[in-house]
Design a protein around this ligand. Structure first.
Ligand SMILES: [Zn+2]
Ligand SMILES: [Zn+2]
Length: 107
């Protein structure tokens, strides 16, 4: 299960990313931006070598405060508020104007 977050920016960027959690670690995912394809996407940060699901690059930066999660539950707890309250880097316009909002949940 998980949350669906809507990423929007003043430049017009608008997309949904899944933030997974629950009992299946292979489905853990967290919003990141990829340096290579300049996209917002979601990846499993606990994977051996987290990479962008679109282009396969490892040059990804997770949104939020912590960049090296050790434990998923504490990572989500530490970063959730920062993620949805703060303004973040937008790979499309290169400004700190990206915002995340809750859109829904999935099973
Ligand atoms: Zn990419
Ligand atoms: Zn933007």
């Amino acid at each position: 299960m998980g949350l669906i977050l809507r990423a929007t920016c003043t430049c017009g960027l608008a997309l949904s990313v899944a933030q997974g959690f629950g009992f299946d670690p292979s489905r853990y995912s967290w919003p990141v931006h990829c340096e290579k394809c300049a996209e917002v996407t979601a990846v499993n940060l606990l994977a051996q070598r987290p990479r962008c699901g679109r282009c396969g690059s490892t040059r990804i930066t997770p949104y939020g405060r912590t960049t090296t999660p050790k434990d998923w539950a504490s990572f989500v707890e530490e970063n959730q508020i920062d993620l949805t309250e703060g303004r973040h880097f937008c790979p499309s316009c290169q400004q700190q104007t990206l915002r995340f909002m809750f859109e829904g949940v999935f099973d």
